[in-house]
Design a protein around this ligand. Sequence first.
Ligand code: 5AD
Ligand code: SF4
Length: 442
Amino acid sequence: MSKSYFIETYGCQMNVADSELVSGLLTKAGYSETKDIHNADAIFVNTCAIREHAEEKVHSRLGYYHQIKKKNPKMIIGLLGCMAQNLKEDILESKPYVDIVLGPDSYRRLPEIIEKRNGNSTHIVDTKLSRFEVYDDMFPSRHLGINAWIPIMRGCDKFCTFCIVPFTRGRERSRSLEGIIDEIAQAVSDGFIEITLLGQNVNSYNHEGRGFHELLDAIANVVGVKRIRYTSPHPQDMTKDVLDVMGKHDNICNYVHLPLQAGNNKVLKRMNRTYTKEEFISLADQIRDKLPHVGISTDIIVGFPGENELEFQETLEVMDAIKFDSAYTFKYSSRPGTKAAEFEDHIAEPEKQDRLERVIKAQKEHTLQRNKSIVGRVEMVLVEKESKRSANQWVGRTDSNKWVIFDKENSHIRDFTPVRITEAKGISLHGKIVQLQGMEAA
Ligand code: 5AD
Ligand code: SF4
Protein backbone atom coordinates (compact mmCIF):
# COMPACT_ATOMS: atom_id res chain seq x y z
CA MET A 1 0.00 0.00 0.00
CA SER A 2 1.34 3.43 -0.84
CA LYS A 3 2.30 5.81 1.93
CA SER A 4 -0.07 8.65 2.64
CA TYR A 5 0.49 12.30 3.47
CA PHE A 6 -1.67 15.06 4.87
CA ILE A 7 -0.87 18.64 3.95
CA GLU A 8 -2.11 21.87 5.46
CA THR A 9 -1.46 25.36 4.09
CA TYR A 10 -1.31 28.73 5.82
CA GLY A 11 -0.67 32.17 4.40
CA CYS A 12 -0.75 33.56 0.89
CA GLN A 13 -1.84 32.13 -2.46
CA MET A 14 1.80 31.49 -3.28
CA ASN A 15 1.77 28.95 -0.46
CA VAL A 16 -1.35 27.33 -1.91
CA ALA A 17 0.51 27.02 -5.22
CA ASP A 18 3.63 25.70 -3.47
CA SER A 19 1.57 23.07 -1.65
CA GLU A 20 0.20 21.94 -5.01
CA LEU A 21 3.78 21.66 -6.20
CA VAL A 22 4.72 19.60 -3.15
CA SER A 23 1.66 17.37 -3.73
CA GLY A 24 2.74 16.90 -7.35
CA LEU A 25 6.22 15.83 -6.20
CA LEU A 26 4.90 13.46 -3.55
CA THR A 27 2.41 11.87 -5.95
CA LYS A 28 5.21 11.29 -8.43
CA ALA A 29 7.24 9.67 -5.67
CA GLY A 30 4.40 7.23 -4.95
CA TYR A 31 2.65 8.91 -2.03
CA SER A 32 -1.09 9.52 -1.94
CA GLU A 33 -2.90 12.39 -0.26
CA THR A 34 -5.23 11.67 2.65
CA LYS A 35 -7.72 13.93 4.39
CA ASP A 36 -7.45 11.81 7.54
CA ILE A 37 -4.71 13.41 9.61
CA HIS A 38 -4.80 10.64 12.24
CA ASN A 39 -3.85 7.92 9.82
CA ALA A 40 -1.33 9.79 7.68
CA ASP A 41 2.26 8.52 7.39
CA ALA A 42 3.42 12.11 7.07
CA ILE A 43 1.99 15.51 7.94
CA PHE A 44 3.26 18.63 6.19
CA VAL A 45 2.43 22.17 7.10
CA ASN A 46 3.23 24.94 4.67
CA THR A 47 3.74 28.06 6.75
CA CYS A 48 3.70 31.85 6.64
CA ALA A 49 5.95 34.23 8.58
CA ILE A 50 4.53 37.55 7.46
CA ARG A 51 2.94 38.48 10.79
CA GLU A 52 3.41 37.13 14.31
CA HIS A 53 -0.20 35.95 14.37
CA ALA A 54 0.41 33.66 11.36
CA GLU A 55 3.32 32.03 13.19
CA GLU A 56 1.36 31.57 16.39
CA LYS A 57 -1.30 29.58 14.56
CA VAL A 58 1.31 27.19 13.21
CA HIS A 59 2.93 26.77 16.62
CA SER A 60 -0.40 25.67 17.99
CA ARG A 61 -1.00 23.29 15.05
CA LEU A 62 2.43 21.75 15.66
CA GLY A 63 1.37 21.03 19.24
CA TYR A 64 -1.67 19.21 17.86
CA TYR A 65 0.43 17.15 15.43
CA HIS A 66 2.65 16.22 18.37
CA GLN A 67 -0.34 14.68 20.15
CA ILE A 68 -1.13 12.62 17.03
CA LYS A 69 2.48 11.55 16.68
CA LYS A 70 2.52 10.23 20.25
CA LYS A 71 -0.01 7.61 19.13
CA ASN A 72 1.76 6.98 15.85
CA PRO A 73 5.49 7.50 16.50
CA LYS A 74 6.56 6.55 12.97
CA MET A 75 4.65 9.46 11.51
CA ILE A 76 6.82 12.18 9.97
CA ILE A 77 6.13 15.85 10.68
CA GLY A 78 7.46 18.31 8.12
CA LEU A 79 7.51 22.08 8.45
CA LEU A 80 7.66 23.79 5.06
CA GLY A 81 7.84 27.34 3.74
CA CYS A 82 8.54 30.75 5.21
CA MET A 83 8.52 29.85 8.91
CA ALA A 84 10.87 26.97 8.20
CA GLN A 85 13.18 29.43 6.49
CA ASN A 86 12.79 31.99 9.24
CA LEU A 87 13.11 29.83 12.34
CA LYS A 88 15.35 27.00 11.12
CA GLU A 89 17.07 25.20 13.98
CA ASP A 90 15.10 27.11 16.64
CA ILE A 91 12.11 24.96 15.78
CA LEU A 92 14.03 21.73 16.20
CA GLU A 93 15.34 22.88 19.53
CA SER A 94 11.95 23.80 20.93
CA LYS A 95 9.97 21.12 19.05
CA PRO A 96 12.21 18.08 18.60
CA TYR A 97 9.27 16.03 17.32
CA VAL A 98 9.44 17.96 14.02
CA ASP A 99 11.36 15.70 11.62
CA ILE A 100 11.91 17.87 8.58
CA VAL A 101 12.35 21.62 8.10
CA LEU A 102 12.36 22.74 4.45
CA GLY A 103 12.54 26.28 3.08
CA PRO A 104 10.66 27.39 -0.07
CA ASP A 105 13.55 26.67 -2.43
CA SER A 106 14.17 23.10 -1.25
CA TYR A 107 10.96 21.28 -2.19
CA ARG A 108 12.58 19.29 -4.98
CA ARG A 109 14.49 17.36 -2.34
CA LEU A 110 11.42 16.38 -0.33
CA PRO A 111 10.95 12.76 -1.55
CA GLU A 112 14.65 12.04 -1.03
CA ILE A 113 14.56 13.66 2.40
CA ILE A 114 11.56 11.62 3.55
CA GLU A 115 13.39 8.45 2.55
CA LYS A 116 16.43 9.56 4.52
CA ARG A 117 14.36 10.37 7.57
CA ASN A 118 12.60 7.00 7.33
CA GLY A 119 16.06 5.46 7.46
CA ASN A 120 16.33 7.10 10.89
CA SER A 121 18.79 9.84 10.15
CA THR A 122 18.72 12.83 12.46
CA HIS A 123 16.34 15.70 11.86
CA ILE A 124 16.75 17.18 8.44
CA VAL A 125 16.96 20.88 7.74
CA ASP A 126 17.34 22.39 4.28
CA THR A 127 16.78 26.11 4.05
CA LYS A 128 19.27 27.06 1.39
CA LEU A 129 17.84 29.82 -0.78
CA SER A 130 18.50 29.64 -4.48
CA ARG A 131 19.09 32.35 -7.06
CA PHE A 132 17.64 30.11 -9.75
CA GLU A 133 14.97 27.74 -8.45
CA VAL A 134 11.63 28.50 -10.13
CA TYR A 135 10.28 24.92 -10.36
CA ASP A 136 9.75 25.58 -14.05
CA ASP A 137 9.67 21.94 -15.11
CA MET A 138 7.40 20.61 -12.38
CA PHE A 139 3.75 19.70 -12.52
CA PRO A 140 1.66 20.75 -9.56
CA SER A 141 -1.18 18.51 -8.45
CA ARG A 142 -4.30 20.69 -8.59
CA HIS A 143 -7.73 19.77 -7.33
CA LEU A 144 -10.12 20.43 -10.17
CA GLY A 145 -11.81 23.73 -9.56
CA ILE A 146 -12.36 27.05 -11.24
CA ASN A 147 -9.07 28.81 -10.68
CA ALA A 148 -5.54 27.59 -11.34
CA TRP A 149 -2.72 29.39 -9.49
CA ILE A 150 0.32 29.84 -11.71
CA PRO A 151 3.50 31.17 -10.06
CA ILE A 152 5.44 33.21 -12.62
CA MET A 153 8.21 34.55 -10.43
CA ARG A 154 9.56 33.96 -6.95
CA GLY A 155 11.27 36.07 -4.31
CA CYS A 156 11.42 39.80 -3.75
CA ASP A 157 14.16 42.41 -4.11
CA LYS A 158 12.14 45.38 -2.85
CA PHE A 159 13.06 45.11 0.84
CA CYS A 160 10.16 47.04 2.34
CA THR A 161 11.48 47.59 5.85
CA PHE A 162 8.53 45.88 7.57
CA CYS A 163 8.59 42.72 5.47
CA ILE A 164 10.22 39.35 6.11
CA VAL A 165 9.56 38.00 2.59
CA PRO A 166 12.90 39.01 1.01
CA PHE A 167 14.58 37.00 3.78
CA THR A 168 12.33 33.95 3.67
CA ARG A 169 11.89 33.73 -0.09
CA GLY A 170 15.15 35.18 -1.33
CA ARG A 171 15.99 37.03 -4.52
CA GLU A 172 13.66 37.74 -7.41
CA ARG A 173 13.74 35.27 -10.31
CA SER A 174 11.29 34.63 -13.11
CA ARG A 175 10.15 31.51 -14.93
CA SER A 176 10.52 31.20 -18.68
CA LEU A 177 7.64 32.58 -20.72
CA GLU A 178 7.38 29.28 -22.59
CA GLY A 179 7.22 27.24 -19.36
CA ILE A 180 4.40 29.44 -18.09
CA ILE A 181 2.45 29.28 -21.35
CA ASP A 182 2.77 25.46 -21.43
CA GLU A 183 1.46 25.19 -17.90
CA ILE A 184 -1.46 27.48 -18.68
CA ALA A 185 -2.36 25.54 -21.84
CA GLN A 186 -2.34 22.38 -19.69
CA ALA A 187 -4.52 24.01 -17.02
CA VAL A 188 -7.02 25.08 -19.69
CA SER A 189 -7.17 21.60 -21.16
CA ASP A 190 -7.65 20.23 -17.62
CA GLY A 191 -10.79 22.39 -17.40
CA PHE A 192 -9.69 25.43 -15.37
CA ILE A 193 -11.57 28.58 -16.29
CA GLU A 194 -9.60 31.24 -14.49
CA ILE A 195 -5.83 31.67 -14.33
CA THR A 196 -4.27 33.68 -11.51
CA LEU A 197 -0.63 34.61 -12.01
CA LEU A 198 1.30 34.72 -8.78
CA GLY A 199 4.46 36.34 -7.53
CA GLN A 200 5.62 38.29 -4.50
CA ASN A 201 6.08 41.10 -6.98
CA VAL A 202 4.22 39.68 -9.89
CA ASN A 203 4.72 42.67 -12.18
CA SER A 204 8.50 42.75 -11.78
CA TYR A 205 8.44 39.61 -13.93
CA ASN A 206 11.41 39.66 -16.26
CA HIS A 207 12.78 36.69 -18.12
CA GLU A 208 15.59 37.31 -20.57
CA GLY A 209 14.36 40.84 -21.18
CA ARG A 210 10.69 39.98 -21.55
CA GLY A 211 8.61 41.91 -19.04
CA PHE A 212 5.26 41.42 -17.37
CA HIS A 213 3.22 43.16 -20.07
CA GLU A 214 4.67 40.90 -22.75
CA LEU A 215 3.88 37.84 -20.67
CA LEU A 216 0.31 39.06 -20.02
CA ASP A 217 -0.20 39.69 -23.71
CA ALA A 218 1.06 36.20 -24.61
CA ILE A 219 -1.16 34.55 -21.97
CA ALA A 220 -4.24 36.46 -23.10
CA ASN A 221 -3.70 34.96 -26.57
CA VAL A 222 -3.61 31.35 -25.33
CA VAL A 223 -6.67 29.67 -26.81
CA GLY A 224 -9.35 28.91 -24.23
CA VAL A 225 -8.15 31.21 -21.43
CA LYS A 226 -11.33 32.85 -20.22
CA ARG A 227 -10.20 34.91 -17.25
CA ILE A 228 -6.77 36.10 -16.15
CA ARG A 229 -5.95 37.69 -12.81
CA TYR A 230 -2.62 38.43 -11.15
CA THR A 231 -1.42 39.20 -7.65
CA SER A 232 0.36 41.00 -6.04
CA PRO A 233 1.81 43.83 -8.09
CA HIS A 234 4.01 46.62 -6.72
CA PRO A 235 2.88 50.18 -7.61
CA GLN A 236 6.40 50.97 -8.83
CA ASP A 237 6.16 48.40 -11.65
CA MET A 238 2.57 49.19 -12.66
CA THR A 239 3.54 50.62 -16.04
CA LYS A 240 1.47 52.13 -18.84
CA ASP A 241 2.39 49.07 -20.94
CA VAL A 242 0.69 46.79 -18.41
CA LEU A 243 -2.45 48.96 -18.41
CA ASP A 244 -2.44 49.03 -22.23
CA VAL A 245 -2.34 45.23 -22.41
CA MET A 246 -5.11 45.00 -19.79
CA GLY A 247 -7.25 47.38 -21.84
CA LYS A 248 -6.58 45.43 -25.02
CA HIS A 249 -7.80 41.99 -23.89
CA ASP A 250 -11.29 41.16 -22.61
CA ASN A 251 -10.05 38.05 -20.85
CA ILE A 252 -7.72 40.01 -18.53
CA CYS A 253 -9.87 40.95 -15.57
CA ASN A 254 -10.55 44.59 -14.82
CA TYR A 255 -9.08 44.35 -11.39
CA VAL A 256 -5.88 45.67 -9.83
CA HIS A 257 -4.60 45.00 -6.33
CA LEU A 258 -2.54 48.09 -5.52
CA PRO A 259 -0.95 47.95 -2.07
CA LEU A 260 -0.84 51.43 -0.51
CA GLN A 261 0.51 50.41 2.94
CA ALA A 262 0.44 54.00 4.27
CA GLY A 263 -0.63 57.47 3.18
CA ASN A 264 2.08 59.69 4.63
CA ASN A 265 5.26 60.36 2.68
CA LYS A 266 7.59 60.15 5.67
CA VAL A 267 6.13 56.80 6.68
CA LEU A 268 6.27 55.54 3.08
CA LYS A 269 9.92 56.52 2.94
CA ARG A 270 10.69 54.76 6.21
CA MET A 271 8.86 51.73 4.81
CA ASN A 272 11.06 51.95 1.68
CA ARG A 273 7.97 51.89 -0.54
CA THR A 274 9.58 53.96 -3.37
CA TYR A 275 6.49 56.12 -4.14
CA THR A 276 4.86 59.17 -2.61
CA LYS A 277 1.20 59.48 -1.76
CA GLU A 278 0.77 61.90 -4.67
CA GLU A 279 2.28 59.40 -7.10
CA PHE A 280 0.07 56.66 -5.72
CA ILE A 281 -3.12 58.70 -6.07
CA SER A 282 -2.18 59.67 -9.60
CA LEU A 283 -1.52 56.00 -10.47
CA ALA A 284 -4.94 54.99 -9.14
CA ASP A 285 -6.51 57.78 -11.25
CA GLN A 286 -4.62 56.60 -14.30
CA ILE A 287 -5.84 53.02 -13.77
CA ARG A 288 -9.45 54.18 -13.48
CA ASP A 289 -9.11 56.39 -16.59
CA LYS A 290 -7.63 53.62 -18.63
CA LEU A 291 -9.86 50.77 -17.41
CA PRO A 292 -13.45 51.87 -16.89
CA HIS A 293 -15.28 49.87 -14.18
CA VAL A 294 -11.99 48.54 -12.82
CA GLY A 295 -11.96 47.22 -9.25
CA ILE A 296 -9.04 48.40 -7.13
CA SER A 297 -8.14 46.78 -3.83
CA THR A 298 -5.27 47.53 -1.48
CA ASP A 299 -3.21 46.52 1.57
CA ILE A 300 -2.87 48.92 4.48
CA ILE A 301 -0.64 48.65 7.54
CA VAL A 302 -1.48 50.78 10.58
CA GLY A 303 0.88 51.60 13.41
CA PHE A 304 4.19 51.34 11.56
CA PRO A 305 6.99 52.39 13.98
CA GLY A 306 7.02 56.16 14.41
CA GLU A 307 3.66 56.76 12.65
CA ASN A 308 1.95 59.54 14.61
CA GLU A 309 -1.76 60.34 14.68
CA LEU A 310 -1.55 63.04 12.02
CA GLU A 311 0.46 60.81 9.73
CA PHE A 312 -2.06 58.02 10.22
CA GLN A 313 -4.86 60.39 9.29
CA GLU A 314 -3.21 60.85 5.92
CA THR A 315 -3.83 57.15 5.28
CA LEU A 316 -7.53 57.84 5.87
CA GLU A 317 -7.29 60.84 3.53
CA VAL A 318 -5.72 58.81 0.73
CA MET A 319 -8.38 56.13 1.21
CA ASP A 320 -11.00 58.83 0.98
CA ALA A 321 -9.44 60.27 -2.18
CA ILE A 322 -9.22 56.90 -3.95
CA LYS A 323 -12.14 54.95 -2.48
CA PHE A 324 -10.78 51.46 -2.89
CA ASP A 325 -13.27 48.74 -3.72
CA SER A 326 -11.85 46.62 -0.91
CA ALA A 327 -8.84 46.50 1.41
CA TYR A 328 -6.80 44.04 3.44
CA THR A 329 -5.91 45.85 6.64
CA PHE A 330 -3.21 44.93 9.12
CA LYS A 331 -1.70 46.11 12.38
CA TYR A 332 2.06 46.41 12.00
CA SER A 333 3.72 43.27 13.33
CA SER A 334 7.38 43.42 14.21
CA ARG A 335 9.41 40.77 12.37
CA PRO A 336 12.85 40.11 13.86
CA GLY A 337 15.52 40.45 11.18
CA THR A 338 13.77 43.25 9.29
CA LYS A 339 14.97 46.84 9.40
CA ALA A 340 11.76 48.20 10.93
CA ALA A 341 12.01 45.77 13.85
CA GLU A 342 15.06 47.78 14.91
CA PHE A 343 13.30 51.15 14.80
CA GLU A 344 12.88 52.45 18.32
CA ASP A 345 9.52 54.17 18.19
CA HIS A 346 7.08 51.23 18.15
CA ILE A 347 3.39 52.04 18.55
CA ALA A 348 1.44 50.69 21.51
CA GLU A 349 -1.06 47.90 20.83
CA PRO A 350 -4.24 49.83 21.86
CA GLU A 351 -3.29 52.64 19.48
CA LYS A 352 -2.76 50.18 16.63
CA GLN A 353 -6.10 48.56 17.40
CA ASP A 354 -7.87 51.91 17.41
CA ARG A 355 -6.33 52.87 14.06
CA LEU A 356 -7.20 49.50 12.58
CA GLU A 357 -10.84 49.94 13.56
CA ARG A 358 -10.94 53.39 11.97
CA VAL A 359 -9.43 52.08 8.74
CA ILE A 360 -11.90 49.18 8.63
CA LYS A 361 -14.83 51.52 9.23
CA ALA A 362 -13.73 53.86 6.43
CA GLN A 363 -13.22 50.94 4.05
CA LYS A 364 -16.67 49.51 4.77
CA GLU A 365 -18.19 52.83 3.76
CA HIS A 366 -16.09 53.02 0.60
CA THR A 367 -16.89 49.43 -0.38
CA LEU A 368 -20.60 50.15 0.01
CA GLN A 369 -20.29 53.37 -1.95
CA ARG A 370 -18.37 51.69 -4.80
CA ASN A 371 -20.78 48.75 -4.83
CA LYS A 372 -23.80 51.05 -4.91
CA SER A 373 -22.35 52.74 -7.98
CA ILE A 374 -22.82 49.53 -9.99
CA VAL A 375 -26.41 48.82 -8.92
CA GLY A 376 -28.49 48.57 -12.09
CA ARG A 377 -25.59 47.40 -14.27
CA VAL A 378 -25.39 43.98 -15.88
CA GLU A 379 -22.15 42.16 -15.05
CA MET A 380 -20.81 38.90 -16.44
CA VAL A 381 -20.48 36.75 -13.34
CA LEU A 382 -18.52 33.50 -13.17
CA VAL A 383 -20.59 31.13 -11.02
CA GLU A 384 -18.19 29.76 -8.41
CA LYS A 385 -20.04 28.19 -5.47
CA GLU A 386 -23.28 27.77 -3.57
CA SER A 387 -24.21 30.51 -1.15
CA LYS A 388 -23.68 29.57 2.50
CA ARG A 389 -27.02 31.16 3.32
CA SER A 390 -29.24 29.41 0.81
CA ALA A 391 -29.11 26.28 -1.31
CA ASN A 392 -31.12 28.15 -3.96
CA GLN A 393 -28.46 30.78 -4.54
CA TRP A 394 -25.07 30.95 -6.20
CA VAL A 395 -22.12 33.17 -5.41
CA GLY A 396 -19.91 34.31 -8.25
CA ARG A 397 -17.39 37.00 -9.10
CA THR A 398 -17.53 39.88 -11.50
CA ASP A 399 -14.61 40.69 -13.71
CA SER A 400 -13.78 43.49 -11.22
CA ASN A 401 -13.48 40.88 -8.43
CA LYS A 402 -16.72 41.60 -6.58
CA TRP A 403 -18.74 38.74 -5.12
CA VAL A 404 -22.42 38.66 -6.15
CA ILE A 405 -25.21 36.52 -4.65
CA PHE A 406 -28.11 35.56 -6.92
CA ASP A 407 -30.84 32.94 -7.41
CA LYS A 408 -29.59 29.90 -9.31
CA GLU A 409 -32.43 29.74 -11.83
CA ASN A 410 -31.04 27.54 -14.61
CA SER A 411 -27.37 28.40 -14.25
CA HIS A 412 -24.58 26.08 -13.16
CA ILE A 413 -21.24 26.32 -11.43
CA ARG A 414 -18.55 27.37 -13.98
CA ASP A 415 -21.07 29.25 -16.17
CA PHE A 416 -20.53 32.85 -17.18
CA THR A 417 -23.90 34.41 -16.45
CA PRO A 418 -25.18 37.94 -17.05
CA VAL A 419 -26.43 39.23 -13.71
CA ARG A 420 -28.13 42.55 -13.11
CA ILE A 421 -26.90 44.05 -9.82
CA THR A 422 -29.99 44.86 -7.80
CA GLU A 423 -28.66 45.77 -4.38
CA ALA A 424 -25.49 46.63 -2.45
CA LYS A 425 -25.79 45.60 1.19
CA GLY A 426 -22.96 45.59 3.76
CA ILE A 427 -19.99 44.42 1.75
CA SER A 428 -21.95 42.16 -0.60
CA LEU A 429 -23.80 42.56 -3.85
CA HIS A 430 -27.08 40.94 -4.79
CA GLY A 431 -28.32 40.41 -8.32
CA LYS A 432 -30.65 38.65 -10.71
CA ILE A 433 -29.82 36.67 -13.82
CA VAL A 434 -30.97 38.40 -17.00
CA GLN A 435 -31.41 37.18 -20.55
CA LEU A 436 -28.85 38.85 -22.76
CA GLN A 437 -30.99 39.33 -25.88
CA GLY A 438 -31.17 42.92 -26.90
CA MET A 439 -29.12 43.93 -23.93
CA GLU A 440 -25.47 44.85 -23.72
CA ALA A 441 -23.45 43.09 -21.00
CA ALA A 442 -21.38 45.57 -19.06
N1 5AD B 1 3.16 43.68 9.61
C1 5AD B 1 1.91 43.87 9.13
N2 5AD B 1 1.58 43.65 7.85
C2 5AD B 1 2.54 43.23 7.02
N3 5AD B 1 2.53 42.94 5.70
C3 5AD B 1 3.75 42.56 5.33
N4 5AD B 1 4.59 42.58 6.39
C4 5AD B 1 3.85 43.01 7.44
C5 5AD B 1 4.15 43.26 8.80
N5 5AD B 1 5.38 43.08 9.31
C6 5AD B 1 1.33 43.11 4.87
C7 5AD B 1 1.57 44.13 3.76
C8 5AD B 1 1.66 43.27 2.54
C9 5AD B 1 0.73 42.13 2.89
C10 5AD B 1 0.89 40.90 2.08
O1 5AD B 1 1.03 41.88 4.24
O2 5AD B 1 0.45 44.97 3.69
O3 5AD B 1 1.26 43.95 1.35
FE1 SF4 C 1 7.30 42.32 1.18
FE2 SF4 C 1 7.54 44.74 0.02
FE3 SF4 C 1 8.47 42.52 -1.22
FE4 SF4 C 1 5.82 42.91 -0.97
S1 SF4 C 1 7.25 44.22 -2.12
S2 SF4 C 1 6.96 40.98 -0.57
S3 SF4 C 1 5.67 43.89 1.02
S4 SF4 C 1 9.24 43.40 0.69
